[in-house]
Ligand binder design. Structure first.
Ligand code: ADP
Ligand code: ADP
Length: 226
């Protein structure tokens, strides 16, 4: 069941930089796909396009059979997690996670229940009243992941989410993310320049080449998960 497709996508920024060149790729529901490649090869550009942030210069990107912009406008099907957790410093952990829910018309009580559920999932139940500055980097990233999950997205887009964390914390969060992916039955698009991370996490790896934005291969990873 294909949910994302890049069809002969070129992206040339107005500076003249060719970020993507003839990208052809389809992504199926339930997959954990990593975009892997050296810095500057166009990984973020590709991911951002799926979120409707930037349009193709040539070719097209479809998500759930629509343009990304339509999907973003009409649903909460896509959530984005960035490298820095992007939390609002004046809001508590709970209120940060409730933010995307407040933008919808549900009642306060169910918003809070949802937020607490996802915070428990990322192991932060005891920190709901803390402020971001009181948390470690790993904990802030957990809040960011919880906030993304709160709106029950069909697809989670993650751009080097663990790059700024120390090795131990990164491994912990990688394992937690795999648990979440299995439990929530979501599709994850993950950008990394770390080969080990891509191999450990993914069901599929789109390897990109530094020669402007080309896909050099697609690797199916058969991991011994249940
Ligand atoms: P990656 O995520 O693989 O590091 P990016 O998609 O961020 O690569 O960038 C691909 C290329 O496009 C790089 O050369 C980068 O400098 C350039 N680029 C990225 N964003 C912009 C932008 N907004 N304007 C101009 N050039 C950009
Ligand atoms: P993580 O694995 O999320 O990066 P750490 O290993 O840095 O977390 O922190 C371990 C424990 O120390 C956390 O569960 C938290 O209770 C506490 N802690 C870490 N940083 C802070 C901080 N800046 N303020 C208060 N407590 C903290």
């Amino acid at each position: 069941n294909q949910i994302v497709s890049f069809q002969q996508v070129d992206k040339i920024y107005n500076t003249g930089t060719v970020a993507l060149s003839g990208l052809d790729l389809s992504i199926n529901e339930g997959e954990f796909i990593s975009f892997l490649g050296p810095s500057g090869c166009g990984k973020s550009t590709a991911l951002r396009m799926v979120a409707g942030l930037g349009e193709a210069t040539r070719g097209k990107v479809e998500v759930f059979g629509e343009t990304p912009k339509e999907v973003i406008k009409n649903s909460n099907d896509i959530a984005f997690v960035f490298q820095d957790a992007n939390l609002l410093p004046w809001r508590t952990v709970l209120d940060n996670v409730m933010l995307p829910l407040e933008l919808r018309n549900s009642n306060k009580k169910s918003q809070k229940e949802t937020a607490l559920r996802v915070l428990e999932m990322v192991g932060l139940k005891d920190h709901v009243k803390s402020y971001p500055r009181q948390l470690s980097g790993g904990m802030r990233m957990r809040v960011s992941i919880a906030r993304a999950l709160a709106a029950k997205p069909k697809m989670l887009l993650m751009d080097e989410p663990f790059a700024a964390l120390d090795e131990m914390t990164r491994q912990t969060l990688q394992n937690e993310l795999l648990e979440i992916w299995k439990k929530e039955n979501t599709t994850i698009l993950f950008v990394t320049h770390n080969v080990y991370e891509a191999v450990f996490l993914s069901t599929k790896i789109a390897v990109m080449s530094a020669r402007p934005g080309r896909l050099s291969s697609i690797i199916d990873v058969n991991l011994p998960y249940p």
